[in-house]
Design a protein around this ligand. Structure first.
Ligand code: PRX
Length: 650
C-alpha cells in the first residue's frame, strides 16, 4: 500500500500511500462526495471547523433530539451540540440491535490461558442491560459515580456501558494500579459502587484484584456496594451486605433497560491522569462531543469498515482504551479483539498468533511494545502469516525511526501505513495524526487532523514556523476535556492560562517547513514510562510516605525500551543507614503505593537534593547533572553543593 520501499532507511523521505489504497478509504469517499481533490484541500475545507464537526456528527452519531448549536464556547469552557438529547450507548449498542449487525461479533475475547469468547452486539446489549438494571436496583442514579477496577475482559466495557446507559459516571482505574491508587481516585470522586473481579491472569499468575479492592475500600466511606465478576473462581473474602456476585445480581434482571436520554453535555466519565502535582487530576469527558470526536477519528484514521477485525492492544484503564476500545469501535459497529494478558506470554509471538488466528486487519499499539518485540527479534513475527493486516498504529510516546522501520517491515510487511497518533487523556481523541491518504515521514505524527488546529509557540507566545517550542491547540475540538473534577481553576491555569486563547498541551514539539509536527516529549514534570503517564511528584510522594525517607527527587532517564526509566534521589531521615536492602524496600514500597509501573529503576541515597530558596526541588538541574549534561544557571539554588553529589551517583 506504500510506495518507495527501497528508500525506507532514509527517514527524511516521504512515504506516499498508493492510489489504489487511497481510493478505497472512508476519507476519500467523503472527499469525493464533497468534491475535494487533495489532502491539503481537505485540511483547508475543514478550517471551517464548526461546519466540519456538524457534518461529521451527521455521519457518525444519532441524537434523540437535534442540537441547536455545534458549540457554545465560553473560553475555556465548551459545550458541544447544545440543546440535543443524547446518550453514547445508543450509538455504541442500541442502534445496532435493530440492524443486521445485531448478530455481528462485537468482541472476540482471548484470555491469557487461551480461553476464547465471542460476543455479538446482541449479547452486549443484553449484558449491558442486565447490569444496568442491577446498578439501578443498588440505587445508582444519573450523576452517581461508579468505580471500575477490572482487567481486560469483556466485562470491563460492559460495565462502562451499563453506567453510561443510566447516566451514571464511571471512573475506571487501571488494574495494574495499586489498592492505594484506587482508593485515592475513588475518594476524590466519592464513588458509590465498585465493580471488580475475583482475580485475573497475568504472566501465568493470578492477580488478586478483589483483595486489592477490599484493601482500598477500608478507607472509602462513600462505597456502599461492590459487584464482583467471577473471572478465575478463586476464593475471595466477602463482606455481606456490600458484596454481590455479578452473575447472581444480573441473573434474573430483565434483558432490556431504557437508555437515559441525557443532555448532550452530561458527563460520561472521569479518568484520572498525572500532572505536575502529587495528586492525579480527574479529567472530565462528556457524552456527545466526545462520541463524535472518537468515532469520526477512528473511522477516518484507521479507516474502519464492517469487514475489519480491529485490535487496539492498549488497556482500557488508560484513555486509549476508553476511546478506542470501549466506545468508538462499537459506535462504528466494528469487530474487535480484547486480549487479557501480557504481550510476550507464554512466548513473544502471542500477539502475532492472535493477529493470524483472527485475521486482524487494523492493529494499534505503543512504541514501547514495538521496541519490546524488536528486542525479541524478527523470527517471532516470521512464524506467522500477518498478511491480513492493512493498517498499523502507534500511540503514547514518540516513535523513534528505528522502531518505526522495524514495525513497518516486520509487522506491516512493507505494505501498511503507520498511523502515528498524537493525543492525550485531555484531548479525548486523535489530534495530530496522518490519515491513510497522508504522505508520511517516519517519526512524525504529521499534521493536525481536519477540524483541528495546532501550532508551536516560543516562550513569548509567538508562533514558530520551522522550529521547536511548546505545542498548543488553536481552537476547541469535540472530544476535549470539560474540566478537572472539583478544580475548574486548575483546568483554566494548566491548559488555558499560559498563552492567551490557546490550549497548552504540555509537550515540546518541532514543526518543519512542510507543517509536519515532531513531538519530542513532555515539557513538564510528567514521566512517560512505557507510554504511561506518571507524575514525578507522585513517585516522590510515594517515597516520602515511607517512614525512613525525609525527602525525594525523581527524574526520568532515557531508556531504550520503555522510553524513560525512573531514577530517584532519596534523602533518608537522620541516623538511618543507607543499605542495598533499604533500596529494595523503597522500590517495593512505591510499587505497593502506586503499582508496579511506577517502581523506580534506580535509587540513589544523597544527603540533600538541589532546591530553590523557596524549597522547590530543581528537577531540571538534577536531571542534567545525572545525565552528564550542562547544568546551566544554578544561582537560584539554596544549596548548590548538593549538585555535585548528584553527579557522583552513578
Ligand atoms: O507527551 C505526549 C504523549 O503522551 C502524552 C499524553 O499522555 P496520556 O494522557 O497518558 O495519553 C496517552 C495516549 C493518548 C502526550 O502529552 N504522546 C501521546 N501520543 C504521542 C505522544 N508523544 C509522541 N507521539 C505520539 N503519537
Amino acid at each position: 500500500m506504500t510506495e518507495n520501499i527501497s528508500v525506507l532507511l532514509d527517514e527524511k523521505r516521504v512515504f506516499k500511500p498508493s492510489k489504489d489504497f487511497v481510493n478505497q478509504t472512508n476519507v476519500k469517499q467523503w472527499m469525493d462526495q464533497h468534491n475535494i481533490k487533495t489532502y491539503d484541500d481537505l485540511l483547508k475545507k475543514a478550517e471551517d471547523w464548526k461546519w466540519f464537526w456538524g457534518e461529521m456528527a451527521k455521519d457518525v452519531v444519532e441524537f434523540y433530539t437535534p442540537y441547536k448549536q455545534v458549540i457554545e464556547w465560553n473560553e475555556p469552557f465548551a459545550k458541544w451540540f447544545t440543546g440535543a438529547k443524547y446518550n453514547i450507548v445508543h450509538d455504541a449498542i442500541d442502534k445496532h440491535v435493530t440492524t443486521w449487525r445485531k448478530n455481528k461479533v462485537a468482541i472476540i475475547f482471548e484470555g491469557e490461558p487461551g480461553d476464547v469468547r465471542k460476543l455479538t452486539y446482541n449479547d452486549l446489549y443484553i449484558q449491558v442491560n442486565k447490569l444496568a438494571n442491577a446498578l439501578k436496583e443498588l440505587g445508582i442514579k444519573k450523576g452517581d459515580r461508579v468505580g471500575i477496577y477490572l482487567p481486560m475482559i469483556p466485562e470491563l466495557p460492559i460495565a462502562m456501558l451499563a453506567c453510561a446507559k443510566i447516566g451514571a459516571i464511571h471512573s475506571v482505574v487501571f488494574s495494574g494500579f495499586s489498592a492505594t491508587a484506587f482508593r485515592d481516585r475513588a475518594n476524590d470522586c466519592e464513588v458509590k459502587l465498585v465493580i471488580t473481579c475475583d482475580s485475573f491472569y497475568r504472566r501465568g499468575k493470578k492477580v488478586p484484584l478483589k483483595t486489592q479492592a477490599d484493601d482500598a475500600c477500608k478507607e472509602t466511606p462513600s462505597v456502599k456496594n461492590m459487584i464482583v465478576y467471577q473471572r478465575t473462581g478463586d476464593q475471595v473474602n466477602w463482606t455481606a451486605g456490600r458484596d454481590h456476585w455479578w452473575h447472581e445480581i444480573t441473573k434474573d434482571k430483565p434483558s432490556t433497560c431504557p437508555t437515559e436520554q441525557l443532555d448532550a453535555n452530561d458527563n460520561l466519565y472521569f479518568l484520572y491522569t498525572s500532572g505536575t502535582t502529587g495528586k492525579p487530576k480527574g479529567i472530565i469527558h462528556a457524552h456527545a462531543g466526545y462520541a463524535v470526536g472518537i468515532a469520526q477519528t477512528l473511522k477516518w484514521v484507521f479507516d474502519i469498515k464492517d469487514q475489519d477485525v480491529y485490535w487496539c492492544a492498549a488497556d482500557i484503564g488508560w484513555v486509549t482504551g476508553h476511546s478506542y476500545i470501549a466506545y468508538a469501535p462499537f459506535i462504528l459497529g466494528a469487530t474487535q479483539i480484547i486480549y487479557e494478558g501480557a504481550p510476550d506470554w507464554p512466548n513473544p509471538d502471542r500477539w502475532w498468533d492472535i493477529i493470524e488466528k483472527y485475521g486482524v486487519s487494523v492493529f494499534y499499539t505503543s512504541p514501547t511494545s514495538v521496541r519490546l518485540f524488536m528486542r525479541h527479534g524478527e523470527d517471532w513475527p516470521k512464524k506467522h502469516d500477518l498478511t491480513s493486516l492493512r493498517l498499523l498504529g502507534s500511540v503514547g510516546e514518540p516513535i523513534n525511526p528505528e522502531a518505526w522501520i522495524w514495525y513497518y517491515k516486520n509487522i506491516g510487511g512493507e505494505r501498511c501505513q503507520i498511523m502515528d497518533t498524537w493525543w492525550q487523556t485531555e484531548t479525548g481523541h486523535f489530534v495530530i495524526s496522518p490519515l491513510p491518504i497522508t504522505p508520511i515521514k517516519p517519526g512524525s505524527a504529521t499534521k493536525p487532523l481536519p477540524g483541528m488546529a495546532a501550532a508551536v509557540y516560543d516562550d513569548k507566545g509567538i508562533q514558530v514556523k520551522d522550529g521547536g517550542g511548546s505545542l498548543v491547540l488553536m481552537h476547541p475540538w469535540p472530544g476535549m476535556l470539560r474540566g478537572i473534577y472539583k478544580n475548574p481553576e486548575r483546568y483554566k491555569e494548566t491548559y488555558w492560562g499560559r498563552f492567551k486563547g490557546v490550549y497548552l498541551a504540555g509537550d515540546v514539539a518541532r514543526v518543519d517547513a512542510d507543517g509536519y509536527f515532531w513531538i519530542q516529549g513532555r515539557a513538564d514534570d510528567v514521566l512517560k514510562i512505557s507510554g504511561h503517564r506518571i507524575g514525578n511528584s507522585e513517585v516522590e510522594s510515594a517515597l516520602v510516605s515511607h517512614p525512613l525517607v525525609a525527602e525525594a527527587a525523581v527524574i526520568g532517564k532515557p531508556h531504550e525500551e520503555k522510553g524513560e526509566s525512573i531514577t530517584s534521589f532519596v534523602v533518608l531521615k537522620k541516623g538511618v543507614e543507607p543499605t542495598e536492602a533499604l533500596k529494595k524496600e523503597l522500590r517495593d514500597h512505591v510499587a505497593k503505593e502506586m503499582g508496579k509501573l511506577a517502581r523506580p529503576d534506580e535509587i540513589w541515597f544523597v544527603t540533600d537534593v538541589p532546591k530553590t530558596r523557596s524549597g522547590k526541588i530543581m528537577r531540571r538541574v538534577i536531571r542534567a547533572k545525572a545525565l552528564g549534561q550542562e547544568v546551566g544557571d544554578t544561582s537560584t539554588l539554596a544549596n548548590p553543593e548538593s549538585v555535585d553529589e548528584i553527579g557522583k551517583a552513578k
